[in-house]
Structure formats: C-alpha cells, structure tokens
Design a protein around this ligand. Structure first.
Ligand SMILES: Cc1ncc(COP(=O)(O)O)c(C=O)c1O
Length: 1013
C-alpha cells in the first residue's frame, strides 16, 4: 500500500504541537482535508482552534500572502465573521516544523468558527441568500487596496483563466454537457474576456461555495472559511463564484442569484458593466468545475464521488440552457436598483411627450365611451382545459360588450391571469408558470382591420401555429427621434394578414398592417389583437414573451411599458400582480429607506382588517392587540362610508368655507373641559406636537422645555429633541441644551415605589428639581410636555398627584403644560375620554393623533383662546391638508362611533376584566413583575428576579412571538424592552379578553418552563 505522505500526524502529536508551540492544552480531532492536515483543538475551559499542518511543498509566498490577507481583513472590517490567525509563542503567525520524514512543513493556528455548514442548513431552512452577497461585498471592499506577490498566480479555478480549460473539454463524457461547456468557453473567449478586461481587479476570496460558509442557529452567516483559493483577479468573479454555488440545486436558481447580487451591491456597489457579466461568469465557473471534475475522473476513474458531486452542476447547466440570459441580466439590474431595461424611462418619456404623433391602431378610435375593460384575471384553467373554450369565450365576451354598448373589449396590461395552459407557459421553476399579461388585448370582430400607429418596418412576421400561441404575429420596429429603436407587437391575427408582410417592409403611420384573426387560426382564442410595446426582443423574436412569470414582472414591465402609451385610451387598463412576502421584502430593501423595521421574526403580510382582527395573505386571522390607531376597529364601515361619501364630492383646504371643519371642531371640543376651546388640524401626532411647541414658544417667548425620561413625542427634528426615547438611545445625539429630563414616575422600577402614599408628590418634586435647575442656570421654562399615561416608557399610569403638582410649579414659573394624548386619548382608558382627566388637571395644550381618524393620517391641537391668540403674530398658519373636508368627515365619524357604540364604556369594562385576569396570574407566573394600566392601555412587565428586577427581555420577545403563532398580536416596549404592551382597538370584546388571558397564561408557562428553545 502506498504510504500516505500527507497525513502523518496523529491527534496526540497535534495536541503536543499545540502545547509546545502555542502554550495551550487541548484535545484534538482530525478534520477532513485534501492536501493538508487539519485538526480541531478544543481548550479545556473554553476556546477552540484549527491547527493547520501544510504539505511540505506548500508555496511559502502564497502562505505569506494569506497571512497578510487575513490581517488586512481584520484591520479594515473587524466585524467580518472570518477566522483570525493566532501567533505562536515566538509571536509568529506561520512557523515551520520538521515532520517524521524529515521534511519541513508550515504550521499555523486559526481561531475556530462556530456554525453549521450553509449547504446542510439550506436543506432544512429557507435561508436568506442576500447574506452571502453582503458578506462577499464587504470582503471585496475591505480587500480593495490589498495586493501581494503571492496572490498573482495562474490558477485553474480563476474564472479569468477559463480558456485554459479547453484542454480538458474532450474528457467530458456526456455529449450534451460537453457542448454546453464548450459554448460557454467559446463565449467567454469571444465576448466575456474582452469585457472583463475593462473591469476592476483586486485580490478576491474566489471560493464562496456553500461548504465554506457557516450559519448560526438563527440562519445568519457566522463564518467564512478556507482562504486557500484567493487570487488577484476581477472583483466581479468573486460574486460570480458565489452566484454559481447559490444556484446549485435550487428550484428557482435565478431568484437565488438575484438575492446574492442584491446583497453584494448593497454593500459594495457594482457597475452596470459588472452586472452585465455576472451570469455569464457564473456559468464559466460551473463550466470550469465540470472540466476539473472530468480531468480528476480521468486520472482516477474509480472515484464515483466525483460524478455524484457533479450531478447538481450538470443539472444546473442544462436548466440554464432554457433561461434567457438577457432576462437574467435585467433581473440583476433591477435588484441593484438600476432601470431593468436600459432606455425604458426614455421610451416612456418620448411617447408621453409625442402623444399627438401617434395614430389609432383600429376602428373605431378608442375612447372611454366605446370600450369596456374586462376582468380576465378570473378566467381559470380546470382539469378539462380552459373553462372558456374559444367559442364559449367569444360568445361570453362579445355579449358582455353588447350589453354594455361597447364596441371594443379591453384585456388589461400587467393582469395576473390563470388562463394560460400547456408547457408553452412553464418556466424552469416547477412551481411557477407565466401568468402576467404584458400587452393590452383589444377584443374586436374577426377580420377587423389594424393600422400602424407610427411609421415603422417589419422586424418579425410569422405564423406561430402552436395551440394557444399567437397564430399570425407581426412585430414592427420604430425609431425615436434620436434613433433608438422600439417595437410594437400584434398577435392573434388572421392568416389573410400574412400576405401583407415581408422582411423589412416599411409601413407608414395609418397604413393597414393586418386583420384580427378568427379562431382557431389565431391560436384558438376569442377574436382579439394582443397589442404590446417592447424595447428589446432579447433574441426571442417571434417568441418574445407576451406573458411573463411573476418573478420576472419588474423586468418585463420595464421591457414592455404600458401599451396605453400608444393606444391613448383615457381609462385605467392595468391589472395588479400579487407579490410574495419575500418579494415585498426585497422591494422594500431596494426602494425604501433602510431604517424601517418589521415586526416579528417572521414578518406578516397582512392583506385585510376587520374590527379587532387582521388577516394574512393565507387567510390566517390575528387578534390585533397592538393597534391603538384603528381605534374603533379596522375598516369600521361607518368610517369607511364617511370617507367614501366625501371623497367623490370635494377635498380642498381650509381657505374655503366648509361645513365639515366646523361641525367636527364643535364636536371634538365638546369632549374637552373649559377653557380648552380652540383647535388646529394637522396631519399626524408629530405635527400636532410641533405646533404645540410653536404655540408655547409664542405664548411664553421662551424655548426651554421639560420632558419626562423615556418619552417619545414624534419624528420631526423638533420632537426628536424632546424625546429621550430617541436622543438617548442608538443613533441619538444626547440631550439638547434647551431640554431638561425629569425622571420617569415609575412606581415599580424608579426610586419611589407605588406603595408610597406620597409617590406622585415625590416624583413631582424630582421634576420640580429640574425646573429649579433650569431657572438657576438663568433659563425660563417654555413648557412641560408629558404623555398622560406613558407609552414608550412602558405603559405607566402616572401616580396620583403627579401632574397637579408639576403643572402648578411650571405655571408659577411662567411655563405652559402640554398633554400628549396621541397614544391614550379618545376613551381608551375607559374612565375618562382623555388621559389627563385621570390626574384632575386641565392642560394648556392637548395634542391628538393616532386614533383620531381610525388610521387616516390626521392630528389635532386643542388649546385655550389665550394661547391661540398669542399665535396671531401676523404670520399665517397654513396647513395644506390639515382640516380638509375628507379628514374632518372621518374624524367626526370616529367620535360619533365611540359615542354610539359605547366604546369608552367597553374599554372600561373589558379593560377591568383584563387587569383582574392578569393580576390573578401573578401568583402563578414568576416572570410577571407588574401588571399596570387603565382601560385598554395595559402593560405587563416581565422580570427574571423580583428582588433585582432583572428584566426578562428575551422572554418577553419569546412570549410575543409565541402569542403570534397562536393568532394574537402583541408588542414589547419600555426602556428595557421587557414590557408586553396591550392596546387593542377599543371594540376589543369580553370574549377576546378571555381568549387572550388563556393563551397568555399558557405562553408564559411555556417560556417559564423553557419548553421552547
Ligand atoms: C406619545 C406620542 N406622541 C407623538 C407621536 C407621533 O405621532 P405620529 O407618528 O403620528 O407623528 C407618537 C407616535 O408614536 C406617540 O406615541
């Protein structure tokens, strides 16, 4: 038996070297490796390492380069999850040992990376592949200016060396695969290599395959290992390698590659030229892999493993044959935020600006008066075939048109239809068919004549004779002023049209170009012309898609702008495509500001709401205990009616006289005590607080403010300044000079406890201390602003006597008192309409928002005549939307629904039952620290220890996620994020309360017993 010259070391010897060279005692286990000997060493008491003993012939310069590369990465981006080289006792990263055969071998120690191999986890879990792109993007960015002699080498796994693989092509046994690989190498040589030459090059990792990536228990990347393949090459090759492996074995390979590309671009922006090459280069990597395997198999024919490991590569290469590379290129552009099809915006602009130069394509001239838009999304396929065969469809569609007195029936652009059948509409993804209609259908009698809308020439003419295809189809080529080309397509025409067409034939605008076809010659459809606008035929010519897969919708909408740009019908003729939750997430990432958050570890796609319930896309119902905005219940019919009755009549601003604003003002003010008698209407809680601030500043002539710790008052610049919840937390800039923070009157966690009879008064004293400090520093207070019950502070009910004492002191010093009722107003607390009433005070200014219009964006400020008058400085107060007739109609209806449905009383009764039920749980649940609240504004603070009050923050998160799985939505808040927040729509019923109490009891018990991991 040949001696294994590579694997000479035993685990005992590895342990010995570990101690000798690195000074640690540990247990070794051997790790698999092709060339070197690797051991995992676990140190007693913690810590794990990889001890690497390289083959004697290992290139020392290459090793040096690897050391330098890891150091560079650690310096440039210390948070990258990569192994770190550990120096030995001599402070050397790489040292040499003499092996039992007397040969010198390099030895090195690396930190051990925790996690499971990506490829294994991906079989069980739907992982987010954009992480791979983000990781590679960050790495490439960190290595941008790194260079080393050892990285400049010729290496068969370098994509840029693809042509070297020609030497192995003949070794590929499978003929089909051989020809595919050959074509890839040819294309590389003829096209890609030239383009690649102009792209940025640098040192790259070059092996982001799914065996080198590690994942933690949350499915997040925890490590990238194996830096053996690094090389100086083109940076786009690093991404192409990652894409090639990400696509292997996938149902939707291009979708996966899109995730990787989007992730890469987000961290290390790609150029358009790089994006254009990614897919081709990923194919090159797969081709190289095939060649290398063929070469190894030829040298070692009994190694069947090679053939098995190549199975996924072969399958992917075969599937890629069926994928249009231009579509993939455009999808990559789209996920990188570029215009999917270059020139699309320009075409839309040109057609919009030159509408008068476009002629009609049929008789009659289409107008809103003579067309009928048909909903073809509801047509479906059943086992028998298409429900509506051509004859049945014809009589149905034309009779609907007759009944409506319409001359032309319209089938919508971008309509998602279930009508397309046959393998013609299949995609490479077995779970996806082509369903999204890219043209506009014009249902006209068979043989109706059609005309060229613009000058053009024949680009494609054919009779597509397959069933459900186009039958006779014509594509005309047109030019914009600057010579850019675009196309119009006419499908399902008559065979008599064929005689009119020949290659390149020119048609003038208005000239006859064909006739609507009868079935079956038109592909066997009801007579209509499929009219489509295109910017690019993408090599598909007469087969260019008229219907696309949902996953390609963005691309095709860009390639095929709305045909109504040409038809000019002044009607809506565009359908909608339902997006998957995953698609929505990636669209959000692409097009929305990145600091929007999502609730729950698995975010919900909610599509409908009714009363206290929300419904997901899949029809699951959720009891909404979070939403204090849809106060009287989601989509309350009376509120919806108020809006939809006013919307079609008038919506203007306050510069015209209108009943709604005064009716609403009267009704709203009637709920407030004197002397609160004036209101201003705005569009949000933030705007209300900002206006309150201006009012107070005008009245007092001062700027200095007193706020309560952990408060949140809104998202405007002026209010971030007043919100310790923001300015003292992540991303905040700390307390501004003009703001003083009063301690939160928290009778559970704060310095004075709730059972102290003077609790309220003592916390008021602490606030007054801040007031005095302000005065001692030479300031005068503008206002004290506080929520009437503290929301972000953790659902805290102010202790009795707190506000009266603070208000008295602030007023005595010349300041005003502002009550922020944005969270708690409108009867939520049950006993009172407004939260401040619970303290027996009357503020100078009250701000309203969230529940005021049941989800319609609105806010209000209520104040005294004196404060309002002081605002009369000569400067007009104008708010474009505030107080408009629609908002006021809605606001009024909300007030009346609260009254008519006795919802304040409901909040009091159901809230009392909730408080009693929750309090009765305290004895059984050590996690519950305190239950507090009023009406339907309740908080349950969870702690790990009743003496130290150690917050049970992760447990609170677990309870909330468990409750979600049981169909009940809650959230957490408070300075320590350990308070379960309860603030449902106030139509929340007694039955809902019982259900909640049961489930909450159960979930708490589960978390307490640690039955869930
Ligand atoms: C107490 C309080 N005030 C003001 C605001 C700001 O309201 P909006 O988000 O409508 O601007 C909020 C929002 O959460 C709030 O909780």
């Amino acid at each position: 038996m040949a001696q294994d010259t590579l694997h000479l070391y035993s685990t005992t010897e590895a342990e010995f070297l570990f101690q000798e060279l690195y000074g640690h005692v540990g247990r070794a286990t051997a790790l698999p490796s092709e060339r070197d000997q690797n051991f995992r060493l676990v140190v007693e008491g913690g810590g794990a390492f990889v001890l690497k003993l390289y083959a004697p012939e290992t290139d020392r310069v290459w090793l040096e380069a690897q050391d330098a590369l890891l150091q560079e990465l650690a310096q440039r981006d210390a948070d990258l999850p990569l192994p770190r080289a550990v120096p030995n006792k001599k402070n050397m990263i790489t040292d040499e040992v003499v092996d039992p055969q007397g040969k010198s071998r390099p030895i090195r120690l690396l930190s051990w990376m925790e996690g499971d191999v990506w490829s294994k986890v991906a079989q069980k879990q739907d992982l987010d592949y954009s992480q791979i792109g983000r990781l590679m993007g960050r790495m490439d960015k960190a290595l941008k200016s790194f260079s080393h002699e050892g990285a400049k080498r010729t290496f068969l796994w370098d994509i840029a060396q693809a042509t070297t693989h020609r030497a192995f092509l003949h070794l590929i046994e499978d003929e089909k695969i051989r020809s595919i690989v050959m074509a890839i190498v040819d294309r590389f040589e003829q096209k890609n290599a030239w383009a690649l030459n102009k792209l940025p090059s640098q040192v790259i990792h070059n092996d982001a395959n799914d065996y080198n990536i590690l994942v933690d228990s949350q499915g997040q990347i925890s490590g990238l290992i194996d830096f053996g393949d690094f090389i100086e090459s083109y940076r786009v090759c690093d991404l192409a390698v990652a894409c090639a492996y990400a696509m292997l074995g996938q149902r939707d390979p291009v979708g996966r590659a899109c995730e990787v590309v989007a992730g890469y671009h987000a961290t290390n922006p790609l150029t358009a030229a790089e994006i254009a090459l990614v897919y081709d280069l990923a194919q090159v990597r797969l081709a190289e892999s095939t060649c290398m395997a063929a070469q190894q198999y030829a040298a070692n024919p009994e190694n069947d493993y090679l053939l098995i490991s190549q199975k996924d590569v072969r399958e992917l290469l075969l599937r890629m044959e069926k994928i249009n590379r231009d579509v993939v290129h455009y999808r990559f552009r789209d996920v990188c935020g570029l215009e999917a099809c270059p020139g699309s915006r320009k075409l839309v602009q040109w057609l919009s600006a030159n509408a008068d130069r476009i002629g009609p394509i049929c008789d009659p001239v289409l107008s809103a008066d003579n067309v009928l838009v048909l909903d073809l999304s509801t047509l479906s396929v059943d086992e028998e075939g298409i429900t509506l065969d051509a004859e049945a469809a014809t009589s149905l569609i034309f009779s609907i048109m007759d009944d409506a007195g319409a001359e032309v029936g319209i089938g919508n652009y971008l309509e998602d239809r279930n009508v397309y059948k046959g393998d013609f509409f299949e995609t490479v993804d077995p779970e996806e068919r082509r369903t999204v209609h890219l043209g506009i259908d014009l249902f006209l009698p068979a043989y109706a004549p059609l005309y060229a809308p613009l000058d053009g020439k024949v680009r494609v003419h054919n009779d597509n004779t397959r069933d459900y295809d186009y039958g006779p189809v014509l594509i005309l080529e047109h030019e914009m002023d600057e010579g850019q080309v675009f196309y119009t397509k006419y499908g399902h025409l008559s065979r008599t049209s064929l005689a009119l067409w020949e290659d390149g034939k020119a048609f003038k605008k208005g000239e006859l170009i064909g006739y609507v076809g009868p079935y079956p010659e038109n592909g066997n459809w009801a007579p209509h012309v499929h009219f489509q606008l295109l910017l690019d035929l993408m090599g598909m010519e007469n087969d260019v898609c008229g219907v696309a897969a949902r996953s390609e919708r963005n691309v095709w909408a860009s390639v095929c702008p709305s045909p109504n740009l040409i038809l000019g019908m002044q009607i809506k003729c565009e359908g909608t495509t339902v997006r998957s939750a995953k698609d929505i997430r990636s669209e959000r990432a692409r097009h929305l500001g990145p600091n929007l958050s999502l609730s729950y570890s698995a975010p919900l796609k909610i599509v409908r709401g009714e009363a206290q319930y929300l419904y997901s896309e899949s029809g699951d119902s959720y009891l909404d205990m979070v939403n204090n905005v849809c106060h009287v219940g989601h989509c309350h019919p009376r509120v919806v009616k108020a809006a939809t009755e006013q919307l079609p009549v008038l919506n203007t601003n306050t510069r015209y006289l209108h009943d709604n604003i005064v009716n609403y003002a009267r009704e709203l003010l009637s709920t407030f005590p004197e002397p609160l008698e004036v209101c201003f209407f705005v569009n949000s809680g933030s705007e209300a607080n900002d206006l309150a601030l201006r009012l107070a500043q005008n009245y007092t002539g001062c700027r200095e403010m007193l706020v309560v710790d952990h408060a949140y008052h809104g998202n405007l610049t002026s209010l971030i300044d007043l919100s310790p919840y923001k300015f003292n937390r992540k991303g905040g800039r700390g307390r501004p000079e003009h703001v003083r923070v009063c301690p939160m009157p928290d009778g559970y966690r704060g310095p004075v406890k709730a059972d102290d009879p003077a609790c309220g008064s003592k916390y008021a004293d602490l606030a007054i201390q801040e007031l005095r400090a302000l005065e001692q520093a030479g300031g005068k207070p503008c206002a004290f602003i506080a929520e009437s019950l503290l929301g972000c502070g953790g659902q805290i009910v102010l202790p009795q006597g707190y506000l009266p004492k603070v208000y008295d002191a602030v007023r005595a010093s010349g300041g005003l008192c502002i009550a922020d009722e944005v969270q708690v107003g409108f009867g939520r607390i049950g006993e009172h309409m407004w939260g401040f009433e619970q303290q027996g005070v009357v503020p100078d200014i009250v701000t309203l928002g969230k529940p005021i219009a049941n989800g319609h964006p609105m806010g209000a400020v209520v104040t005294t005549r004196a404060v309002a008058d002081a605002f009369m400085t000569g400067m007009e107060y104008f708010n474009t939307f505030g107080g408009n007739p629609v908002s006021c109609a809605i606001g009024l209806e909300v007030l009346q629904v609260v009254r008519d449905e006795r919802l304040q009383n409901n909040a009091r009764l159901v809230g009392a039952r909730m408080m009693q039920g929750l309090k009765s749980m305290v004895a059984d649940h050590p996690l519950i620290g305190e239950v507090r609240g009023m009406g339907l504004f309740i908080g349950v603070e969870l702690v790990r220890d009743h003496a130290t009050l150690e917050p049970a923050t992760p447990e609170a998160g677990k309870v909330v996620n468990l409750m979600k799985e049981r169909g009940i939505l809650l959230s957490t808040d408070g300075p320590l994020d350990n308070v379960v927040k309860i603030k449902p729509p106030i139509c929340f019923s007694a039955e809902d309360a019982e259900r909640f109490l049961r489930e909450f009891d159960d979930c708490l018990a589960l978390v307490e017993q640690e039955e869930i991991k």
